[in-house]
Write a protein that binds this ligand. Structure first.
Ligand SMILES: Cc1ncc(COP(=O)(O)O)c(C=O)c1O
Length: 441
């Protein structure tokens, strides 16, 4: 039973006997029961091997399918802490930071300035000032922001490399809260504004070197990028003709989706996505006798989501109106995604995950918070689950902890990085004293 859920877990998932001889879920060479006992629950674990393989998949695909220069930017908003920033920088990736807070994390982690890229739709002065000091590349969202950048350059000296964020007019097929590329989106500039922006940079001697677009997050058909890519390539032709300007770098953003639930499998691969984008870009630019720009993909979720597993303990089993409730020690405070955009997850018990038949009544998994919307998983086939059992929710590595809150005084969970049997505490669990850190006594 439930064998179709195993591919949702990190590459290193295995079933091995626990200390009582029962089959138990292992990840990164470690028994999830033992990790929960050592670090407490709710617990977030990341399998570094799975992240390494995803990075490698992007690198291999770019090398195989694009003849120009290419690179990867990690969208830090998916999951950022010192350990993650260091890991991505060590792989040679650029680290995309949104605002002064994420810049601080990346710089504290020691990510070299040249590998830091700053995003943001309404960057504040502190964001821009930190970007000047700490980032190698700044993605410009709009013309007023560009004017502020010119002011800063005048006062402080050379600006980082500037890429312009194009609003291509096409979103990808995803939840509307994750769409960004449509005509009426708050993100980026239309083609005329981009032409104005390049002209402004030329007049003000600002180092504009690239174009960027991002149509939304978590889409599943690579072809969805093509209309936007056509539009941006057309814009490149116009910029070349009108202003004699050609980008050194072109980023089609991120957003490549993944499977969260067994019903989302099989899923198109990273290679299929990259191959489609690379071929379309080369095709579109074949009539220009100009160098291919650096193709800089910008994934977040598809690099880290499947590496992460959330482990919860079941504190209460309840039956109400014909529904079987499993009440967990975490929920919307560490994972707002089901409440925010109906994200659908799956789960397995940590002990004997495949050996028990499902009960006729499916399970509803909810957290301890005072909201009926604090619902992690609806209507999931699961066996009889005892009080105190541990449940593992796969594909928990992206956009969960980054959107975590202290609602109801929740303490944000510990984060553990796993590699070859070693468990390294990357972030400790919050304490009640942390809740008072900002209060003036
Ligand atoms: C500008 C930009 N780039 C990249 C991403 C990464 O998207 P994903 O994590 O789905 O790959 C996002 C996500 O919202 C984004 O806003």
């Amino acid at each position: 039973m439930y064998r179709d859920r195993l591919p949702l877990f990190p590459d290193t998932v295995a079933l091995r006997p626990d200390k009582n001889g029962q089959p138990a879920l292992h990840v990164g060479g470690r028994d999830l029961n033992e990790l929960a006992a050592e670090f407490g629950t709710p617990l977030y674990i990341y399998d570094q091997h799975t992240i390494d393989s995803a990075v490698q998949a992007y690198q291999d695909a770019l090398g195989r399918h694009y003849s120009g220069p290419a690179g990867i930017t990690y969208a830090g908003k998916a999951s950022l802490n010192l350990a993650m920033a260091r890991l991505m920088a060590a792989h040679g990736l650029l680290v995309d930071c949104t605002g002064v807070g994420e810049l601080h994390i990346a710089r504290t982690a020691g990510v070299p300035r040249a590998q830091i890229l700053l995003h943001g739709v309404n960057k504040s002065w502190p964001d821009l000032q930190a970007g000047f000091a700490q980032a190698g590349t700044l993605v410009v969202d709009n013309l007023p922001e560009l004017a502020r950048i010119a002011q800063l350059a005048h006062a402080r000296g050379p600006a980082p490399s500037l890429w312009l964020r194009v609003r291509p007019g096409y979103a990808v097929d995803t939840h509307q809260f994750r769409q960004t590329g449509q005509l009426d989106s708050k993100f980026g500039m239309d083609a005329d504004e981009c032409v104005d922006a390049v002209a402004f940079c030329q007049r003000n001697e600002l180092p504009v070197t690239g174009l960027h677009f991002h149509q939304g997050s978590h889409f599943h058909a690579a072809e969805e990028v093509l209309p936007a890519l056509d539009t941006v390539c057309e814009l490149m032709g116009r910029l070349q003709q009108e202003l004699d300007w050609w980008p050194q770098a072109l980023s089609p953003g991120g957003g490549w989706g993944i499977a969260y639930h067994e019903k989302d499998l099989p899923h198109q691969s990273i290679e299929e996505y990259v191959a489609t984008v690379a071929a379309a870009l080369a095709r579109n630019l074949s009539s220009f006798s100009l160098p291919l720009p650096r193709l800089q993909v910008e994934p977040g979720r598809s690099l880290v989501a499947r590496a992460g597993v959330a482990i919860y303990q079941v504190g209460t089993v309840k039956r109400a109106g014909g529904r079987r409730w499993l009440l967990l020690d975490g929920g919307m405070a560490d994972n707002i995604r089901p409440a925010l955009y109906e994200a659908r997850y799956s789960a397995l018990p940590v002990t004997d995950p495949l050996g028990r038949l499902p009960l006729s009544e499916n399970a509803w998994l909810a957290g301890p918070y005072c909201e009926s919307g604090d619902l992690l998983i609806e209507d999931l086939p699961l066996p009889d689950i005892e009080l105190g059992e541990l449940l593992a929710v796969p594909v928990s590595g992206a956009y969960q902890l980054m959107m975590a809150s202290n609602y109801n005084g929740a303490l944000r969970p510990a984060v553990v990085m796993l590699r070859d049997g070693d468990a390294h505490l990357a972030q400790r669990r919050e304490t009640v004293d942390d809740l008072l850190l900002r209060d003036i006594v």
